[in-house]
Design a protein around this ligand. Structure first.
Ligand SMILES: [Zn+2]
Length: 213
């Protein structure tokens, strides 16, 4: 399964939901209060559609604290090791909204869900969300070149890879990268993956190994 579906929704009734009842990832919200929370994508669904009442500390943070965006504007480029550390940091907050069994019900204050949704979107666009279901979190592992026969050569820098290739196959080869799942991607796709993984601080159209290491 590529996602986690809410177990409290009665199938196959499919009653309309105010918020999506699926999760494919976890989001971290760290607040100026000093508290840090990790939640599944569908946390708003639990409150809006199942009347789950979260702890008061969480409600207070969402309504009154400011979000700490740790990785925004960080200077320099993130290595693979740094991006793994970032993912680990995201996941170390207090777990909230991973519901099992019975839970406390009640009504959250007016405006709470709208504000939480904004904070979750803000955290997501600032690399504080981790994909946990479906594909594993992808990152760029190494420079690579694919020749016209589909053979992939891997190396530290592209110009160091050419000598490894049969000379007659270099002309129509494609320069790119391999991911942690050893999948070959073009420089363009590589740029998108590296940005999502937090390996480069700004979006780019094409990726160069010098951007990474
Ligand atoms: Zn549900």
């Amino acid at each position: 399964m590529g996602f986690h579906r809410c177990q409290y929704c009665l199938e196959p009734t499919r009653e309309p939901h105010q918020f999506p009842n699926l999760s494919t990832g976890d989001i971290n919200l760290s607040f100026t209060s000093g508290r840090s929370w990790v939640m599944p994508d569908m946390i708003c669904h639990y409150m809006a559609d199942h009347k789950w009442l979260p702890p008061q500390d969480f409600i207070d943070d969402v309504l009154t604290s400011k979000l700490c965006i740790k990785h925004q504007g960080s200077s320099g480029y993130q290595t693979v090791a740094q991006s793994i550390r970032r993912v680990t940091t995201i996941m170390t907050g207090t777990k909230i909204g991973y519901l099992t069994g019975d839970f406390t019900t009640g009504t959250v204050p007016p405006g709470f869900l709208a504000r939480l949704k904004i904070l979750m979107d803000l955290a997501t666009t600032n690399l504080m969300r981790v994909q946990t279901k479906g594909l594993p979190p992808a990152y760029i592992k190494s420079a690579a070149i694919k020749d016209q026969n589909g053979v992939v050569y891997v190396g530290h820098r592209h110009h160091k890879i050419f000598p490894l290739m049969p000379e007659e196959l270099i002309r129509d080869s494609v320069q790119g990268f391999v991911t942690n799942a050893d999948r070959f991607v073009t420089r363009e796709e590589g740029a998108a993956i590296a940005y999502t993984a937090g390996q480069i601080p700004e979006p780019k159209k094409t990726l160069f190994s010098e951007d990474l290491y």
